[in-house]
Design a protein around this ligand. Structure first.
Ligand code: UD1
Length: 429
């Protein structure tokens, strides 16, 4: 049976939706559980395929994992395997971040290089350079990072040449069990980095500056267990906001901190969306009179690259010329060809997409190449005439907890025809 997500536009999407815990926060937090022998408890963990994959890797490394819905307990009395295979790291790039905790706890690690994927080359040079500065000996042999630090890692001054969320996570995880003081300059400031810093503090670490571009950590010989609640998913929230925009709907989006949207909030206002900010979310109301916009993706608090595709989908429905410049991932325009199949008019010049919006979209068979590209197709499909079949729908379930159920509860005509998403292995962020 061919698997696809069927979406048929049926007018404005209205109602209330609660976002789940953030994928991009849950992954580094769960990995941080490897740093201690003691039990860590995680609340509000999204029920998505990327989390399931990571839990498999943690169990392989020696973690005892107990799961009750969105509540997960992890304890890792001993690291029993220091290897992470290519199939896993390729399927879930974030699993590369186990390198630092394995190295810090077991003195060695063998983790496959993630390699390129559908949104660009995505090297890990900053991760490796930082770990070497902390005393790790690293060789890359046959595509596997073979690292050892028999006497443990040492604190260091690390200047990241440019901002990387993943390298900041990796080096925070390394610094936590390193001897002495580490300073990471040029650190990422994303809410997910702050969440990791807070969890490490909860484990007894002395850490300051997370959320700024310089983080200081005094490493400890051992860390304690902790209880954390995963922050709400700002990218899922932004996706529902763009569904309100593309369908000219009115959606209350709950379960996250609106400050985590950064300049996405300003862009929504510039488009002409009416935004009400609450403590625990936002209300987005679209009139029929929306305006085009020019934007560039940037590191936080700038416009998030993970919201680029869904925003582009919404802009195709708005009369006039918009532009989006992608500054974070050079290859992140895979959704453009698919949106064009639905009647969108988008031209790419270098790193910029020029969107000539306003023509009516029509349902078509399309494929999602990564999580956010697939989400963009949902945003477009809900505004299109007729049925859109989104093939390779498992990408959606890597990052969007209960997407089909949440859309149906908002009155959308959406249905998944997928037998077993667990069988698929894929790449992307
Ligand atoms: C994380 C997010 C992803 C988001 C991205 C940027 C997770 C699981 N994924 O990905 O959803 O789109 O942040 O906000 O949290 N780079 C290098 N060398 C390195 C590291 C990165 O050249 O050693 C480059 C990348 O190719 C990219 C840029 O730096 O061009 C930013 O990447 P990075 O912030 O590291 O993204 P990820 O952590 O992979």
């Amino acid at each position: 049976m061919q698997e696809y997500f069927s979406v048929t536009g049926n007018g404005p999407i209205n109602g209330t939706v609660t976002v789940s815990g953030a994928k991009n926060a849950a992954l580094p937090l769960l990995i941080a559980g490897l740093l201690t022998e003691e039990r860590c408890t995680f609340k509000n963990v999204p029920n998505i395929h990327d989390v399931h994959l990571l839990l498999q890797l943690l169990a392989h490394s020696g973690s005892i994992v107990e799961r009750e819905g969105s509540l997960i307990h992890i304890s890792t009395p001993k690291i029993v395997s220091v290897e992470a295979s290519y199939s896993l790291v390729k399927a879930l790039r974030a699993s590369f971040w186990v390198l630092a905790p394995l190295l810090a706890r077991a003195g060695k690690a063998k983790v496959a290089l993630p390699g390129g994927d559908s949104i660009g080359a995505r090297p890990v040079d900053l991760h490796l350079e930082g770990l070497e500065k902390m005393g790790a000996r690293i060789q890359v042999v046959h595509g596997v990072v073979d690292a050892d630090a028999p006497n443990g890692l040492n604190g260091a001054q690390i200047n990241l040449r440019f901002t990387s969320v993943g390298a900041t996570h990796q080096l925070l995880l390394a610094a936590a069990l390193a001897k002495g003081r580490t300073v990471i300059s040029g650190a990422a400031k994303e809410p997910e980095v702050v969440a990791l810093g807070e969890m490490l503090r909860g484990m007894g670490l002395e850490i300051k500056g997370h959320g700024s571009d310089e983080i200081e950590i005094i490493g400890r010989e051992s860390l304690s267990g902790t209880d954390v609640t995963v922050i709400g998913d700002r990218i899922e929230a932004g996706t529902y906001a763009m569904i309100a925009a593309s369908t000219r709907g009115h959606i209350e989006i709950k379960g996250f901190d609106p400050k985590h949207l950064g300049s996405f909030l300003d862009v929504m206002k510039e488009i002409g969306l009416e935004i009400t900010i609450n403590d625990n979310g936002i209300v987005v109301k679209a009139s029929s009179n929306l305006k085009p916009v020019n934007l560039t993706t940037e590191v936080f608090p700038g416009f998030a690259t993970d919201l680029q595709a869904v925003t582009m989908a919404a802009l195709t429905t708005i009369e006039g010329e918009s532009s989006i410049r992608e500054e974070i991932f050079e290859g992140r325009f895979g959704h453009v060809a698919e949106l064009s199949r639905m009647g969108a008019k988008i031209a790419i010049q270098d790193h910029t997409a020029i969107i000539s919006g306003g023509s009516k979209l029509s349902g078509a068979p399309v494929s999602g190449l990564d999580i956010r590209a697939a989400a963009a197709l949902v945003v477009a499909a809900l505004a299109a005439e007729g049925e859109t079949k989104i093939f390779e729908p498992y990408h959606l379930f890597r990052g969007y907890d209960g997407l089909d159920l949440k859309l149906v509860s908002l009155g959308a005509n959406a249905k998944i025809t997928m037998e077993n998403p667990e069988e698929h292995l894929f790449s992307g962020c």
